[in-house]
Design a protein around this ligand. Sequence first.
Ligand code: 4NP
Length: 148
Amino acid sequence: MKILMVCLGNICRSPLAEGILQHKTKNTNVFVDSAGTASYHIGKLPDIRSIEIANKYGIDLSNQRARQFSEKDYDNFDKIYAMDTHNYASIISISRNENDRNKVELILNKINPKSCDSVPDPYYGEGDGFQKVYDMLDKACDTIVSKL
Ligand code: 4NP
């Protein structure tokens, strides 16, 4: 099973989602990666605030580098989780067929099916934004693991 986590920059939310799900699926045949729909941060490390919140839970994001989502990801992954409704629309906009589109889901729909909630973008925020994002993703990843 190959799972891709996608946000906008691939430096805040999806690196955390990747790290959390990898941690929960250690020693299984689940492969987890992440990407961003935008190109701004290609090649960069995750945001220091994501690295720090992950470290707090024993998860290391320091081997990650940002990359951009591409059409080829539809061939390489079984499941693609979008962090928010904008990312969802961007991912769908380069889908080629129904099979591609069936792979894409909003990650918070794992917690509240059909709610279409978005993981808030913490990039410009202050305070506990990254903790809130961590908590949401941790819960969503528990549901993903329980249904594997
Ligand atoms: P992410 O957060 O999509 O969770 O990685 C963002 C990172 C960078 C920007 C926006 C969101 N940016 O505008 O540069």
